[in-house]
Every structure is written in structure tokens, then in C-alpha cells.
Design a protein around this ligand. Structure first.
Ligand SMILES: Nc1ncnc2c1ncn2[C@@H]1O[C@H](COP(=O)(O)OP(=O)(O)O)[C@@H](O)[C@H]1O
Ligand SMILES: [Mg+2]
Length: 308
């Protein structure tokens, strides 16, 4: 059993709202998270779902109204903050500093000795060695994000929290940052990052939590979340002149004596396969198409959107 590094149980948070600030809006209604050591955890949710608020609570920037946070099984305390690195959603960079100076400055802020070797290693890790003496105003968004990640691990934290690290990056920038996140995991760290880019979550995360309007709706590995759900089944059939009748084909196409058909589910595929065999035909392939994370995400969002 893997060690649980972080657990959020029933986190609630409200803010004053309305013109006279008399009313309160419940921004987090019920956030639950279970993060295991050494994994990449994606916190997914639409804009305004409560991702940043959740991160502020985990990093101790703001305090929950209700609910508990456990760090390595114990109630989260201020000294645990030292073991958490954080990249905010819109980090602030001093644009006249160079990349190297920025990291030295950040190390000083943490009261860490910024020895040359450490800064070199960080620059190497985030692939900014060549750009180390360039002023930050000349950095691309992707380079700044990578520098932000370097800063977030300057105190050598076990758990790293990255708020929307991939948003606003071009495909190459995204790939580099994804690779960087994976290399942090390979160093044995745990990474939690938020995103609304589902494809990235599908590529790199071990586990996923989905929040809709301040509530955790689902949590689990990608497989647990989407694998059970077969959306439709593609079947390739050969050795027949025409397709068996009385089957509900969603799609059918014939190419070079092979029928490529799609049926609704596994039961439909089984009935079809039996008919094909009975008529002397052969199955070339049978491919269940699973629901993608994207489809699941939209479905649960639509289901929960009225629930405020
Ligand atoms: N300090 C605050 N005061 C009042 N409302 C806030 C505050 N911070 C966030 N909110 C509101 O909480 C909701 C969730 O925000 P946020 O956590 O930033 O969502 P996300 O990061 O998922 O986009 C939003 O509706 C936002 O307007
Ligand atoms: Mg946010």
C-alpha cells in the first residue's frame, strides 16, 4: 500500500459577497482529495470550480472554514509548509533579473544558501542553462513557467503544487513542461497540478480528481474513471458478401472486402459476432472504444451544473 502524503476531508470555504458583504458565497462546498507519495495528481475543473482556492488552503495561504487536512497522516501544521513547493497561477517575475539571478534571489527569500551547484542543477533540470543570463523580459511564457517550477522546488520540497502550469503554453512549451513534471516525479517527488486541459491529464497523471462548483465529484486513476465505460464497439468482419441483418449498426463501411462496423455496446458486438460466425464469416478485429476523459468530464459537469 502506498503512503498517503496528503488528504483533504470535507473542506469548505466561503467568502463574503454582495455589495454590503453581508452574504457569504460558499466557494468550496465539499473538497476531498487523496494524494499518494510519488504520484502525479491532476486536479481538474472548469474556471471558477475552486482549484486555486483549494491550493491556497493546502499551502496555508488561506484557511478552510471546515474540514481537515492531513499531511502524511497527521494534522497539517505550519512546519509542513516547508515540505511543500508552490507555483501560483500567475507568478510574479522581476523582469529585469536574469533567470539565474531570479533563482538566487528566491533562494535568499527562503533563507537557503544559493550555492552555484544547486542553481546550476536547477537550471539544468528546467532546461534554462543557456538562457540563464538573459533578462526575464526576454523569456517566453514557457520559459517563465519552467523557471517558476525551478523556484517552487528551490527548498527541495517533497510535495509540489502547480496551479495551471500548462495553460497558455504552445504545444512545444506544454510538452517541455509535462516532461519536467514527469522528471520531478522520477526524482521521487509528489506533484499536484491543476488543469482544464484534459489531454495533458490523460498523458501524465497517475490519478485525477474532478471538482465541479466547489465539490469533488470523482477521484481515481484514469483507468478507474474511464475504463469501465465502453462507448461503442468497432468490429471488422471479412468473408461475407453482406452484413448480418437485424443488427443496429451505428456505422458501416466496406473497404477491400472488409466490413468496418460500429455497434452500440459489448452485448451488440456479441450478437453480431455470433451471426457472423454462423454465416461462415470471420472477425478481423473487435475494438471496444472507451469513453475519453473529456467526454466523462463534460458529462459529469452537465449532470452537476444545476446543483448549486
Ligand atoms: N478572495 C476571494 N473572495 C471572494 N471570492 C473568491 C475569492 N477567491 C476566489 N473566489 C471565488 O471562488 C470561486 C472559485 O475560484 P478559484 O478557486 O479561483 O477557481 P479556479 O481556480 O478553479 O478557477 C470563483 O467563483 C471566485 O470568484
Ligand atoms: Mg485557478
Amino acid at each position: 500500500m502506498k503512503e498517503k502524503i496528503l488528504e483533504l476531508k470535507g473542506i469548505k470555504k466561503s467568502y463574503p459577497s454582495g455589495t454590503l458583504l453581508m452574504k457569504r458565497t460558499e466557494v468550496l462546498k465539499e473538497i476531498n482529495m487523496n494524494v499518494f507519495k510519488g504520484e502525479i495528481y491532476s486536479l481538474l475543473g472548469h474556471n471558477g470550480a475552486g482549484k486555486t482556492t483549494t491550493f491556497k488552503i493546502i499551502t496555508g495561504i488561506s484557511k478552510q472554514d471546515e474540514g481537515n487536512i492531513l499531511f502524511k497522516g497527521k494534522r497539517f501544521s505550519l512546519k509542513d509548509k516547508k515540505q511543500i513547493g508552490f507555483l501560483p497561477e500567475r507568478p510574479y517575475f522581476y523582469e529585469y533579473l536574469t533567470g539565474r539571478e531570479f533563482l538566487e534571489f528566491s533562494a535568499n527569500l527562503f533563507g537557503i544558501k544559493a550555492d552555484k551547484k544547486k542553481i546550476d542543477a536547477l537550471l539544468e533540470l528546467v532546461e534554462l542553462k543557456e538562457a540563464q543570463n538573459l533578462q526575464l523580459k526576454k523569456y517566453s511564457k514557457g520559459m517563465l513557467q519552467r523557471l517558476g517550477v525551478a523556484q517552487s522546488i528551490i527548498n527541495d520540497p517533497e510535495l509540489i503544487i502547480l496551479d495551471e502550469p500548462l495553460s497558455g503554453l504552445d504545444p512545444i512549451g506544454r510538452k517541455k513542461l509535462r516532461d519536467l513534471i514527469v522528471s520531478l516525479k522520477e526524482e521521487g517527488r509528489t506533484i499536484i497540478y491543476s488543469s482544464h486541459i484534459l489531454q495533458d491529464a490523460e498523458i501524465i497523471s497517475d490519478r485525477i480528481g474532478i471538482i465541479v462548483k466547489g465539490k469533488t465529484i470523482m477521484e481515481g486513476s484514469l483507468e478507474e474513471l474511464v475504463s469501465g465505460e465502453v462507448r461503442e464497439v468497432e468490429v471488422g468482419i471479412c468473408g461475407l458478401r453482406s452484413l448480418p441483418e437485424e443488427i443496429n449498426y451505428l456505422k458501416s463501411e466496406k473497404k477491400a472486402n472488409v466490413f468496418y462496423v460500429t455497434v452500440k455496446d459489448i452485448d451488440g458486438a456479441n450478437i453480431l459476432i455470433k451471426k457472423v460466425m454462423d454465416s461462415g464469416g470471420k472477425i478481423k478485429f473487435c475494438n471496444p472504444i472507451r469513453k475519453s476523459l473529456e467526454e466523462l468530464f463534460w458529462e459529469i459537469r452537465d449532470e452537476n451544473i444545476g446543483d448549486s
